[in-house]
Unconditional design. Sequence first.
Lengths: 376, 338
Amino acid sequence: MPDRAAATPRPALDLGPILRDSRTSIVVTCGSGGVGKTTTAAAMALWAADAGRNVAVLTIDPAKRLAQSLGLRELDNDPRQVDVPLASPDGQLWAMMLDTRRTFDEMVSQHSTPERARAILTNPFYQVISSSFSGTQEYMAMEKLANLAATGQFDLIVVDTPPSRSALDFLDAPQRLSSFMDGRMIKLLATPSRGVMKIVGAGFALFSRAVTAVLGGQLLSDAAQFVQLFEDMFGGFRERAQATYELLRAPGTKFVVVSICEGDALREASYFTDRLRAEHMPLAGLVLNRTHPPLAALAAGTAQVAATKLEPTEPLTAAVLGIHAQRLAVRSAELHMRARFDRVHTDLPVVEVPALPSDAHDVPALREIAARLTGT
Amino acid sequence: MTTQTIAATEPWTTACRRARLHVITGKGGTGKTTVGAAMALALAANGRRVLLVEVEERQGIARLFDVPPLPYQEKKVAIATGGGEVRALAVDVEAALLEYFEMFYNLGIAGRSLKKMGAVEFATTLAPGLRDVLLTGKVKETVTRKGSDNRPVYDDVVLDAPPTGRVVTFLGVTEAMSGLAKRGPIHTQAEGVVRLLHSPDTIVHLVTLLEDMPVTETLEAIEQLRDKGLPVGTIIINAATQVQLPEPTLIAAAERRLDAAELTAGLQAAGLDATPELLDGLREQAAEHAIRVLDEQLCREQLAAAGLPMLELPRLVEGGDLGGVYELADRLTEQGVT
């Protein structure tokens, strides 16, 4: 069946050579929630391991059965080797599920003395920041990536990013976190000296009272202690965040945007694409997941007419033709969505991954997806 | 084409009818915003007035109803069948907190400069629970607000709540408050929210797809909601596949064993050239369809274990737009949502 998408001249995203290339050391998948990011990351890692590379895949929140098939049972902070026979004897596959809290704890320990680290880790305010500050998970995913990359233990690290509500939080989170803790507000509330009060004025005194009334005094004094403990670590954090940012922009890194052919997901993908380009991040292209190209060459109208005609006498054939007509309708909607995306991002390489009938949750299914991803 | 069987018992129970605050949650990507909008339209039928509220600052409602981004104000976004009306509100935490401080502490012009300094982001970051208390507080205000005739301004309020992973924390106002001040106006307001959420006025609906992960998350969320004593209403299955094959042929189709002779004869009867390629392609597509349908049936059985009434919505070929919302609203009405 001639597919209109195939006729459009545009670069195809050829992931095989990228994943096999020894210069590719990091692949980052990003996209909105529910588009198959984790599965795509796992499939690419498996494919590269099958091709003989030593690969680690860092996942954030994989489906239970997918995690099990990778031998992941709990949140962990060190990659574990996946017990699966690989096509190449040189290949190795490692996997881990990010433990945000522990990654944060380790980062604190690395940048401070043992006593100080202990004081920070037990501070109630730290517990709020390390578990629920928006963007912490994104930040820690990148921190872990930098850690793993620094060990030099792996040829390739594939990272799955959290489904951020606001796209690319992982780029912004380090900045946001340090500007929050470095910010004027926290200093004012923590150490409201007289000089500062004069500048800000009486409004602040009122506000301070209101905030204290709402939040309670304990929380504020925890915050004050926390800021003092943290102060001399900021330099180290910022340096580190900057180094991670540079690592992401290095030529050995490839970003892969993942989407499905639906309005909201493509809108997000479009935003990701623009943002990555604006930041000069090495963007490989777009994986368009779960598409439905027709497998039989029969025009929609013909199938529909035949299905209607056959319904009373040949119900099975009528149903099979009905399925075909339905699939063509879905395909036509997909092509329409894709054309709208393509018009904006004319030179972005794209690869379509036709949908599997079932959710992918075992190694054979991951291999099938990898085959569809790489066209092998 | 066979039609989907709908549960014999009435899915829209007396408790659903009695409730005025419908909280819609679901895993990200299950279409909870679309379903919430459809629910609001269905509830607004026949001259009723419904408020649709979003709290995640995503402007999902505006996008769905194709209107400019919503300000922090209740705006009419749609007319329902029979002349009802849906209004929408995007709650903005910053505005809610300042409104609140304004009310109780009379900050005057200082409020604005504090906003510029990032004071509000600061306060809500320091105490994430505060955010939820403010958001649910605003929702409560809209549910309990009365007009000059002393009747509720809104017949129903539909809340597009945070996703399943966060909804229990979001609705667990009591716990959020335990970290905050023990007295004062916010505390009093939070107590009112707790009363509303645990009353027959409130009911939580969970939107899911018939796929592994959303089903697991839905079941986990139901358990957690029940543990907290929050009233759970229905499971709303979204984007279900319409079964096309006759029921007895599903397994054969999934195993690629559909009778080739029968299909060949059928195609020929329609005057089509039954080439082996055509036959293979059609059987493969039928297999994918059948596997999908059988997987979905397993998911339905798993969901049934929760013992909740279920509503079901079909996968729309071109969903996600306003026409789709109206179509889904009609489907909800057919299943008794009123």
